[in-house]
Write a protein that binds this ligand. Structure first.
Ligand code: ZN
Ligand code: ZN
Length: 445
């Protein structure tokens, strides 16, 4: 009864209910009758109409409210949460964009856990919101006052970075974006989780193979100890994440690590980067298979279908050249300025060290294996399709989409693995039908 009363008191004019359900006309009418209501907050949580619009993704109402100059885009509720935090929490990307456009501050901390909107996006796994907040940080005053990399590694009240939260909550796509944006893979928490936990400790606890794979590929240290002296392997064992433990076992084969210190790697264009990242993940998945085979765990099924799709590409594009290093894969990467070509996996083998040198942290710059000249750039090889008279980039965009999707699909506990194979099957059929049309054109006399 008390609850009913408080409801009636806090929303006697129907404003908040109308905002929640997106009834723009009622909101307008109520506010025309009493413009001061725009500053009204709910009794207990101290939510403004803007908070409610943001949390519920009511973009029309949110835009209308923001047009009013008296509305503060950073109004605070009971827990000092801003509308932007609530939009990031609920994955309301349009509202995130609109609030940032209206000048909402991305550097606000709530009073619950001392977290920012970036923490919220990472924790709840809304990679689109995460991406939008990061690109705002790149261009806004935050970049000049705080520095972008400091923002990416921003600490919550217990020392948790957004990467810690994404790893713990099994959000591999957010983990990937954060690492790609300069998140520190070896950061330790203060009091969050067990003190001294790295993102790898928290991923071991969360049990996401995809998060662990991402972190290891970024050079996360399997031997790092938390404050109680435990390595991530011990954490995975304790939480009965057996397959994760197999990868984290310090005696298992080392995964390939993305050669980020190399200048031409940091300057890769989107297509070449997606292609090489994909190759890295495939090489590491092959290693995982070997590791898991010995321990009796099976790989998630999407990795099998990925391999099949790759083989299909090879048999079709018979025009393009076979890699002269491995004689196994097709040339996909061109070294510039010399123009020599090789496959993505051989390119990686050239650039990757199994483990970055811990003392210098620098990798000696590799040279072209054919002519020994310096590598200025790596680009994607364009595959000519003669009859269609067009350049078909076989590797880049579909791969990029595929890698993003498969990251989503293979996420999940072992009990979901068989399910995740179903959407991935549809994905391959979709890709296949695209290729069929090309084949028909080629086969014409
Ligand atoms: Zn090769
Ligand atoms: Zn060369």
């Amino acid at each position: 009864m008390g609850q009913g009363l408080s409801c009636r008191v806090q929303d006697e004019h129907g404003l908040f209910t109308a905002v929640q359900f997106g009834d723009l006309e009622i909101v307008k009418t109520v506010l025309e009758r009493d413009p001061s209501l725009i500053q009204q907050k709910t009794v207990y949580d101290r939510h403004s109409a803007l908070h409610i619009a943001a949390a519920n993704g009511q973009i029309e109402i949110l835009s209308m409210l923001l047009e009013n100059r008296s509305v503060n885009p950073d109004s605070l509720n009971r827990h000092k949460q801003t509308p932007l935090m609530l939009a990031a929490m609920h994955g309301k990307i349009a509202c995130v964009e609109k609030l940032i456009e209206a000048g909402a501050n991305i550097l606000m901390f709530d009073s619950l856990n001392g977290r920012t909107c970036l923490h919220y996006a990472a924790y709840y796994g809304h990679s689109d919101c995460l991406q939008t907040i990061l690109s705002s940080a790149r261009t806004s005053h935050v970049a000049s006052s705080w520095g972008f990399s400091r923002f990416v590694n921003i600490r919550g009240g217990k020392g948790e970075t957004p990467l810690h939260l994404a790893a713990r909550q099994r959000r591999p796509e957010c983990v990937h974006i954060l690492l790609d944006s300069g998140a520190l893979v070896c950061a330790s928490t203060g009091g969050h989780g067990l003190p001294g936990s790295t993102p790898l400790h928290l991923a071991a606890r969360g049990g996401s193979m995809d998060c662990i794979r991402e972190l290891l590929a970024w050079g996360a240290d399997r031997l790092h100890r938390d404050a109680t002296g435990r390595i991530p392997y011990a954490v995975a064992l304790k939480h009965k994440n057996g397959a994760c433990a197999a990868l984290l076992n310090p005696s298992s084969a080392e995964p390939l690590v993305w050669p980020s210190p190399l200048k031409f790697i940091s300057e890769l264009n989107q297509d070449a980067k997606a292609l090489l990242e994909q190759a890295l993940m495939e090489v590491n998945k092959e290693r995982e298979k070997a590791i898991l085979k010995n321990t009796g765990y099976s790989m998630p099924s999407p990795s099998h279908s990925d391999t099949t799709a790759m083989d299909d590409n090879i048999s079709e594009a018979s025009d393009s050249q076979l890699c002269c290093i491995c004689f196994d894969q097709l040339c996909a990467i061109e070294v510039q300025d010399c123009g020599h070509q090789m496959c993505a996996q051989c390119t990686l083998a050239l650039c990757c060290h199994n483990k970055p040198n811990p003392t210098t942290l620098s990798l000696p710059a590799p040279i072209c294996p054919f002519c020994r000249s310096n590598i200025a750039r790596l680009t994607v090889v364009k595959v000519k399709v003669n009859t269609a008279d067009q350049e078909l980039d076989l590797y880049s965009s579909p791969k990029q989409r595929k890698s993003r999707k498969s990251m989503n699909l293979s996420e999940g506990s072992s009990s979901f693995r068989s399910l995740s194979a179903v959407p991935s099957f549809g994905k391959i059929v979709g890709r296949g039908s695209g290729r069929v049309s090309v084949d028909i054109e080629i086969d014409k006399p």
